[in-house]
Design a binder for this molecule. Structure first.
Ligand code: NAD
Length: 467
């Protein structure tokens, strides 16, 4: 009888569970060996990884794959290797008065079998960065990458098999149906990266097993230009942040809020900045294509709807190139005067299209952000520290970069994660280690304890201690 993907999933899960039970607390040597093997995998197969992702996108900048995927992941593994000993250490915690001289310890413990469901936009980073944290914390790990990157997902499955035993780390490929089966396994923790809609389904499936989830989702991340900002520098930063991976970045600035009367000037500066970064687009290997025809069409429809509704749509085509019907390179597009009911203004864009919205006073900008779902990222550009403080305190976002784009994500000592509709929980660095560990409080009773005083028959000492 033919074995289904679901059967394979079930078998791998069981073998990982058994392996975990046989070795419930891998020592630092075992964990470092796993991390070093993961590092070797990223170093030895860099060219294959870049080529597979390029094939899946139909044109993905090799520099972007190296920078945003391989470099970020390697930096994360090296950071983990150098700090793991400290993270694994049992911490002493002060004892609450009446319980002295007993002692407290906080003991980080592996959880067991961890599941990771990842998506296609940075397929290597979004699979391997959580794997780093889960292995560091001493777990067994099963990964389900995206079906939209079939070449990369098959490569990752093969490489995992070459560098790890299946009961240490295993990659199982498949579509949304397999994703559903995966999310319903009784994992000890599940980390999901993808859309808010699917994240909700994953949380529901995990709830049936009381599996704790970390949800790394998306949303519309605003960028705000303060009247005090340096327009040239801010426009250059937004052009880069928006066009990296052709806008298919979870923390890309989704739309721009600029002071009243400035939208025209900002659009002109953005056009200049874009032309500087990408003097040509069609055959420029640094300008990434849209992942699929469906996503390309989705973006086209958003633009057409905006144009039909009277919005000003400006496609930036610095070299005036013609694009064949088969090309999935999407022109950077600036949109002004788009009404709030358009799809472009309601849904995460996830492509190189930037609506520019004007606000009269800072309260209006804050209100605009707060009326929508809580975003994964927020960007603010300016010098006015009073306004900066108001934005930081009066809006809620997963993470913030001031006077640049996206750099909060690559800070090893900061947690990365969303809030509300953009996600729950966090990882990266020690935050990832903690996500995939049980921080177990342990109280060690002393031989000299006066614990008996807490028990009946309750006397005067009890009254003195607890009044
Ligand atoms: P998606 O949500 O459609 O799919 C993601 C993964 O989930 C895939 O592996 C898919 O096979 C699987 N899947 C699909 N249906 C499932 C189900 N019912 N149960 C379990 N798994 C299922 O991904 P997408 O919408 O194409 O990804 C883009 C989104 O991801 C954007 O919203 C983006 O902002 C977000 N994202 C977030 C982060 C982050 O770190 N927060 C990073 C990258 C992308």
């Amino acid at each position: 009888m033919l074995q289904t993907r679901q059967d394979v999933l079930g078998e791998r899960f069981q073998s990982q569970r058994a392996a975990f039970e046989a070795q419930p607390f891998p020592d630092i040597g075992v964990r470092k060996d796993h991390l070093k093997r993961l590092l070797t995998l990223t170093e030895r197969h860099e060219a294959d990884i870049c080529a597979a992702i390029d094939a899946d996108f139909g044109g993905r900048s090799v520099h972007e794959t190296r920078l945003a995927e391989l470099f970020v992941v390697r930096a994360g593994i090296r950071h983990t290797l150098s700090h793991l000993k400290g993270w694994m250490r049992e911490r002493r915690v002060a004892t609450t008065m009446p319980f002295l001289p007993g002692r407290n310890r906080l003991v980080p413990q592996p959880l067991g079998v961890v599941g990771i469901v990842s998506t296609w936009n940075y397929p290597f980073q979004l699979a391997v960065a959580p794997v780093t944290a889960a292995l560091a914390a001493g777990n067994r790990v099963l990964v389900k990458p995206s079906e939209l990157t079939p070449a990369f997902s098959a490569l990752l499955a093969r490489l995992a098999g070459e560098h790890f035993a299946p009961d240490e780390l295993s990659v199982i490929t498949g579509d949304a149906e397999l994703g559903k089966a995966f999310a319903s396994m009784p994992f000890d923790h599940l980390l999901f990266t993808g859309s808010t809609a699917v994240g909700r389904q994953v949380a529901i499936a995990a709830a049936a097993n009381l599996t704790p989830v970390t949800l790394e989702l998306g949303g519309k991340s605003p960028a705000i230009f303060d009247p005090s900002c340096d327009l040239d520098a801010a426009a250059a930063s937004i052009a880069y942040g928006k066009l990296l991976n052709a806008g298919q970045t979870c923390i890309a600035p989704d739309y721009l809020l600029v002071p009243k009367g400035q939208a025209g000037a900002v659009a002109a500066k953005l056009a200049t900045a874009i032309a500087r970064l990408y003097p040509t687009l069609r055959d420029n290997p640094d300008y990434t294509a849209i992942i699929s025809d469906r996503h390309y069409q989705r973006l086209r429809e958003m633009i057409n709807e905006a144009r039909d509704a009277g919005a000003e749509v400006a496609e930036i085509n610095p070299a005036g190139e013609a694009f064949g019907a088969a090309s999935r390179k999407f022109l950077p597009t600036l949109v002004r005067n788009a009404s709030p009911n358009l799809r472009l203004m309601r849904e995460e864009i996830f492509g190189p299209v930037l609506p520019i919205v004007e606000y009269a006073v800072i309260d209006e900008a804050i209100d605009h952000v707060n009326r929508a779902d809580r975003p994964l990222a927020l960007y603010w550009f300016g010098r006015d520290s009073g306004n900066r403080q108001r934005i930081l305190r009066e809006t809620i976002a997963g993470g913030v970069t001031i006077n640049d784009c996206m750099l909060h994500l690559v800070q090893e000592n900061q947690p990365f994660g969303g809030v509300g509709a953009s996600g729950m929980g966090a990882y990266h660095g020690e935050w990832g280690f903690r996500t995939f560990s049980k921080q177990k409080p342990v109280f060690l009773q002393s031989r000299l304890s006066a614990g008996g005083l807490l028990r009946p028959p309750y006397g005067k000492t009890f009254e003195r201690l607890f009044s």
